[in-house]
Design a protein around this ligand. Sequence first.
Ligand SMILES: *Cc1c(COP(=O)(O)O)cnc(C)c1O
Length: 395
Amino acid sequence: MQLAQRVQQLPPYLFARISEMIAAKRAAGVDVISFGIGDPDLPTPGYILDSLKRAADVPANHRYPETEGLPEFRQAVARWYQRRHNVTLDPEREIVSLIGSKEGIGHFPLVLIDPGDVALMTDPGYPVYEIGTMFCGGESVKVPLREEDGWLPRLDAIPADLARRAKMIWLNYPNNPTGAVCDLAFFERAVAWAKANDVVIAHDLAYSEVTYDGYVAPSILEVPGARDVAIEFNSLSKSFNMTGWRIGMAVGNAELVGALRRVKSNIDSGVPQAVQEMAITALDGPSEAIESHNAIYLRRRDRAVEVLRALGLHVDPPKASLYVWARLPEGERSSADYAARLVDATGVVVTPGVSYGEAGEGYIRLSLTIPDERVEEGLRRLAAFARGEQVLPQA
Ligand SMILES: *Cc1c(COP(=O)(O)O)cnc(C)c1O
């Protein structure tokens, strides 16, 4: 048996070293606290769960859904975009449901990328962008992000021949892992650059509602004419604590949305209708749940920033996302070494920035998605470590 190249090419598990350490710590009886994974700890709001329970009793929902999603779901997405972004979408042609946005992001390169084609992505970045392109035999070229640019790509610095060769670019603001945000002016520049170079923009808006300090995240489709070149991936996962229910949407350019729908209709049969009913309830519902979740993350954010600064890391409090992205103290070079040392000394797990690409080296990421008391305990240990105290009993 010989596995396909695309499987052999899958990158080695970057957290392997940390995972081994966690396992060793646990085996030694250490209570490990992980700030590693971005998966909301808070439950899905009750009124959204109630609509799932009601929908489960309807026999029509026991059957195959349509790939593109219920018309009622797509209409709810259109209402959301109208209300939230003042963007008018045609539910028939410009919206398709996804089994979580990761599914759509992973499959989207099938729409555009032939073997040898180039897709641009920002570095550091969400690893799925690269994998989808690799599965299509395409090449991902990384556009580095830098702290001094607010983690926005220098589109004008992309060499002209590369820009011409590229078929698409992945953008993601609010950004994972950096927590960076952009304004509409950045999207305007991106759309103009994409049109000039005949490049499709795939924008990932997974964190649109997880925002702080009055920041409101724009959709790229708010730029006039953006839908000539852009498709946007969006999700209920982070906004409504629905990661376990798997529903998202791709919206924008009708040709791209239609092609994605055709690809998907050949490999999946859509999102369970009862889950679509939940999503309709969530999208049409009140914003209190979002606000109260954000208040909780905000408290955790501020506490984490304080402790990380005491450790000598440089942190700008993020205006969005579930993450705190921190620059290592002067003289520290390897984010993997630093993370390994933290686990070793404190039992606290953080993600090395290099896991998200070379440009993430020198940084670590903390996810704010563990219960308050675990956040407190983890930060208490880090603060003690910062004061030079011994945190864990000597092995
Ligand atoms: C969490 C996340 C997603 C996908 O979430 P789904 O649950 O698949 O909708 C997409 N993009 C980024 C950057 C994420 O962090």
